[in-house]
Design a protein around this ligand. Structure first.
Ligand code: FMN
Length: 296
């Protein structure tokens, strides 16, 4: 199925976009109006785009319903400052409550029962319960559609001036501990995701090495019925294929020998070797996995 955005309704398009581009981090943005009234609202059209200088962008859109602007945007155009607090699982329901369309001047910190922590460099407070919060100067607001149609976004470009971290979310090296924060993301519809340890996994960074790539793996490995795309992706990280002596030496390994000396036919043996290699690969032992795969 292929969609031309111009041929579907704005609502349908919105649903496809938000379900497909997910999970999205959530900026819990606090702003103030010229009278000093505090506002707090969540925005998942959000990310960090630079660390030098530290820049984040989020996008309050004109309302799909009537094209009206959100208080957050009005406030930022009047007072170009905000705080962005990160949302984790312990405050997800309170965050959701703040997305209610309260009247101008209503303080959603109060409505949601969240703590207003005073900022050092900007007037809006940040969320005391958040694991990490940023004080930001708004450097630019870029409307994505000057017609102000419902659903059109406004990029709020924010330069980070201070970062507040709850120390219980640091590890022993002083780094933010992803396994402790349980940050939440927004998916399509009413779905969210959390990041508790059971949902987290690590992939070694290939930045320092130059892997040969999947295209340089022998065809019988690329066409294996056992190995997945993820397995091939990991194998492609190897800098060079092991030499034939190393492959031959692998035949002496107990588990490999058991497969080679079994009375199964050649195809079944190859399948068992691939299964063994796959398990080593999934344990992070790339070199060993490749040596086993190269046994002919
Ligand atoms: C998790 C979540 C993410 C949201 N992301 C956005 C967004 O990126 N852009 C947007 O315009 N509205 C977004 N909304 C809706 C706004 O939070 C909502 O319209 C809010 O009432 C705006 O408040 P304000 O008028 O006080 O600024 C989101 C709502 C939730 C619950």
């Amino acid at each position: 199925m292929t969609i031309n955005p111009k041929e579907v309704s704005q609502g349908t398009l919105h649903n496809y976009l938000l379900s497909a581009v997910a999970p999205r981090p959530i900026a819990f943005a606090s702003t103030i109006d010229t009278l000093g009234n505090v506002n707090l609202s969540p925005f998942s059209f959000f990310n960090v785009f630079s660390s030098n200088p530290p820049v984040m962008i989020f996008s309050p859109a004109y309302r799909g319903r009537d094209g009206s602007s959100k208080h957050t945007l009005d406030n930022i155009l009047a007072v170009p400052e905000c705080t962005i607090s990160m949302v984790n699982y312990p405050i997800v329901e309170q965050m959701s409550l703040t997305s209610t369309e309260y009247d101008q001047g209503v303080n959603e910190f109060v409505k949601a029962g969240l703590t207003q922590m005073p900022s050092e460099t900007v007037k809006p407070p940040f969320v005391g319960e958040s694991p990490v919060a940023f004080e930001c100067a708004v450097t630019e607001v870029i409307p994505l559609n000057r017609e102000k149609g419902g659903g059109s976004g406004n990029l709020v470009i924010c330069e980070v001036k201070r970062i507040h971290i709850q120390e219980k979310y640091l590890d022993e090296k002083g780094h933010l501990d992803t396994t402790k924060m349980d940050l939440v993301g927004r998916m399509g519809g009413v779905w969210y995701n959390r990041t508790q340890p059971s949902a987290l996994f690590e992939i070694p960074k290939p930045l320092r090495t130059k892997g040969i790539g999947v295209d340089q793996l022998p065809e019988f490995i690329r066409n294996s019925s056992i190995l997945t795309g993820n397995n091939l992706g990991r194998l492609g990280n190897i800098e060079q294929l092991p030499n034939m002596e190393a492959v031959a030496a692998m035949k002496q390994e107990k588990a490999v020998m058991a497969i080679l000396t079994s009375d199964k036919d050649l195809l079944a043996k190859e399948k068992d070797l691939h299964l063994l290699a796959k398990s080593h690969l999934e344990d992070g032992n790339l070199e060993k996995a490749l040596k086993i795969l190269l046994i002919r």
